[in-house]
Write a protein that binds this ligand. Structure first.
Ligand code: NAD
Length: 265
């Protein structure tokens, strides 16, 4: 018997994944779950620099998947992604937005020292991009009769987390964007949700000063006394992508953090 319990759950469905850079990427964890459930996927990558990485991963595990260059700060590139998907897929069910960036110097020290430029950059890439992606995805999701948009957020947007700084403020804007987008798109049966993941060692996470200390702190302080895995976040991505499982869920932020968000002192 196959050990793929979810085989066929998303058969006939199509999706696009923004944010794979490496095999450790949270987006890759979600992509693997969607692929195993039968979804046909396309991937965007951020410029030629990352193409080799993404192509190698995809060729090994999901050969033939469409790869599209896209920097989310450029509206024309985002629009072009969905024009291409319209031509290739005709309709779309799932969009995974797993993209964030802030300057390294803004992820250490005091938030008070954030530059105007650093603030704008972090918000442009990490928060506003969800809205522009949703805007251009909308017609294709409508053609499908609805669908699911999933983004990735972090507890640092709800509470102060040392060194997370401007990224926390951008995540707060992202979380609220999820709710407004859910309201705008709900009548078209398009659901918009966020997964608030616990810390996972990825390329982006390495940019946060003291990240290894956060991982060991979590082992002692989460209710489950451990960190979460890319695979566990992927499983919640599958749940949110699947209408049979989550059709009534929108505007939600689901914490996949071994319960850390629930505890106080
Ligand atoms: P990652 O480095 O693997 O992924 C970040 C992605 O953002 C990369 O693919 C990168 O190419 C992309 N990106 C950055 N700027 C871009 C731009 N201008 N245009 C297009 N793409 C761009 O790291 P990750 O940890 O998997 O991050 C994915 C998401 O998960 C982010 O939103 C991050 O904040 C969130 N998150 C991560 C953690 C963690 O501990 N790793 C925890 C909670 C939430």
């Amino acid at each position: 018997m196959s050990d793929n319990k979810f085989q066929g759950l998303l058969a006939g469905k199509t999706g696009v994944i923004f944010g794979v850079a490496h095999k450790t990427s949270i987006a890759w964890g979600i992509a693997k779950k969607l692929h195993d459930a039968g979804m046909k996927l396309a991937f965007t990558y951020q410029g030629e620099r990352l193409l080799d990485n993404v192509k190698k991963l995809v060729d090994e595990e999901m050969p033939g998947s469409l790869l599209i260059d896209c920097d989310v700060t450029d509206d024309a590139q985002v629009e072009a992604v969905f024009t291409k998907l319209d031509a290739e897929f005709g309709k779309l069910h799932t969009v995974v937005h797993s993209v964030a960036f802030a300057k390294k110097e803004d992820l250490a020290g005091g938030f008070i020292d954030t530059s105007r430029d650093g603030f704008m950059l972090a918000h442009n890439i990490s928060a506003y991009s969800l809205t522009v992606v949703a805007k251009y995805a909308q017609p294709l999701l409508v053609k499908n009769g609805g669908g699911s948009i999933i983004t990735l957020t972090y507890l640092g947007g709800e509470r102060v987390v040392k060194n997370y700084n401007v990224m926390g403020v951008a995540k707060a804007a992202l979380d609220m964007s999820v709710r407004y987008l859910a309201s705008d798109l709900g009548p078209q049966n398009i659901r918009v949700n966020a997964i608030s993941a616990g810390p996972i060692k990825t390329l982006a996470a390495r940019g946060i000063s003291g990240f290894s200390d956060i991982l060991s702190y979590m082992e002692d302080h989460t209710p489950m006394k451990r960190n979460v895995t890319q695979d566990e976040v992927g499983g919640t991505g599958l749940y949110l992508a699947c209408d049979e499982l989550s059709s009534g869920v929108t505007g939600e932020v689901i914490h996949v953090d071994a319960g850390f968000h629930a505890v106080g002192f």
